[in-house]
Design a protein around this ligand. Sequence first.
Ligand SMILES: *[C@@H]1O[C@H](CO)[C@@H](O)[C@H](O)[C@H]1NC(C)=O
Ligand SMILES: *[C@@H]1O[C@H](CO)[C@@H](O)[C@H](O)[C@H]1NC(C)=O
Ligand SMILES: *[C@@H]1O[C@H](CO)[C@@H](O)[C@H](O)[C@H]1NC(C)=O
Ligand SMILES: *[C@@H]1O[C@H](CO)[C@@H](O)[C@H](O)[C@H]1NC(C)=O
Length: 349
Amino acid sequence: MKAAAAVAAAAAATAGCAAGFYLVNNPATCTKCPVGSYCPGGIATKSVIYSCNWASNDTTVGLTTKAERSTSRAACVNKPGYKHVPSTVGKPSAALCGPNTYAPGFNKQKACTPCQSGLKTDPSVGGLQINATVCKVPPGWFYTGTAAVRCPKEYRGGYAVSTAATKCDSCPVGSTTKHSNSTLLTDCKVLKPGRFWLNSNTQMQKPEPTTSICLQNSWCPGAIPPGHYFSAAANTTVKCANGDAANPNGFYQPNWVQYTGVATTCTACGAGILSADLESLNIFRPSDDGSTTWSPAETLLVPMTSDSCYIRRGQGWCWLLAPMSASPSTWPSPATPTTTAQTAPTRAS
Ligand SMILES: *[C@@H]1O[C@H](CO)[C@@H](O)[C@H](O)[C@H]1NC(C)=O
Ligand SMILES: *[C@@H]1O[C@H](CO)[C@@H](O)[C@H](O)[C@H]1NC(C)=O
Ligand SMILES: *[C@@H]1O[C@H](CO)[C@@H](O)[C@H](O)[C@H]1NC(C)=O
Ligand SMILES: *[C@@H]1O[C@H](CO)[C@@H](O)[C@H](O)[C@H]1NC(C)=O
């Protein structure tokens, strides 16, 4: 059939070609319209070949045809990796799929298909995005079986196919990362409470940060004890300030706080309120390496909670409740009053 049609078309070459063929004049032949082009046929002057990619005539990009012997521009479809860009003047074109999308092509799809389930394309990989295999689990994420989610305080490097990224890498014992979706072992630079870096030179460093557990309740670089804060100025752990008559602002601090290299704070008792070292903290000194058969913990008195806050003679407690709202649904919580000290009015003598 095909051969017969070609012969028939060739015979009519001087008169022009059938649709799907174009005229080659020397010797006069009607030639099959190849893939990527269309040939309307007709009288000799109309029996020409047009590229689907009218702007460049390049048949290796953008638009193509599903088969040879196409007869009109309507047969032009987007190639895999491209979307079909319609035209109001009847001259459609094609554009490459952008990040995190793909297109199987041959279907005039106006938008590329987005990667599903949180998967992303790897920007370092060139080439056409023709199917869902270009959608990968991004660095710092792992695949749960149904979706990509951030590594929780662990890490994972590189773009990976979902089956190769079903879990994240654990940080070395005693360390963790600052935030989820971390990508490197060296992101494991946050000490867990009660740990310290074994080698201060390699702390927070590659290849393997290693930590050790602090002696129970000891002063430890990994933790700031209750009643204390880390002072950047002093570059050490300092007891919360009690305040005095000249600076009547006392502070307290109830928790073991993880030391991450940045300054921490104590909580203010309230304007004009002092704090006293009233609460006991049992703690081992750094010099106590545990080698003594039985060395008792030292008991320090520190301002640990608001119980250590006090007011001076002549002052009274004043509870500042938030102003009541016009809306009855938003009563101020009675659990969170703020306090301030007021000097009692001087009695007339
Ligand atoms: C593409 O080919 C047509 C003839 O089919 C020609 O008229 C046109 O100038 C060509 N365009 C480019 C950009 O080469
Ligand atoms: C998906 O596309 C890649 C190229 O990106 C190709 O190697 C692979 O064979 C394709 N897979 C399927 C199922 O089409
Ligand atoms: C990782 O998370 C941070 C915030 O936690 C965000 O700014 C960043 O864009 C995320 N990166 C990736 C690759 O998800
Ligand atoms: C803080 O002290 C540590 C040792 O305890 C020292 O390694 C570090 O360099 C000091 N930092 C500053 C800014 O002085």
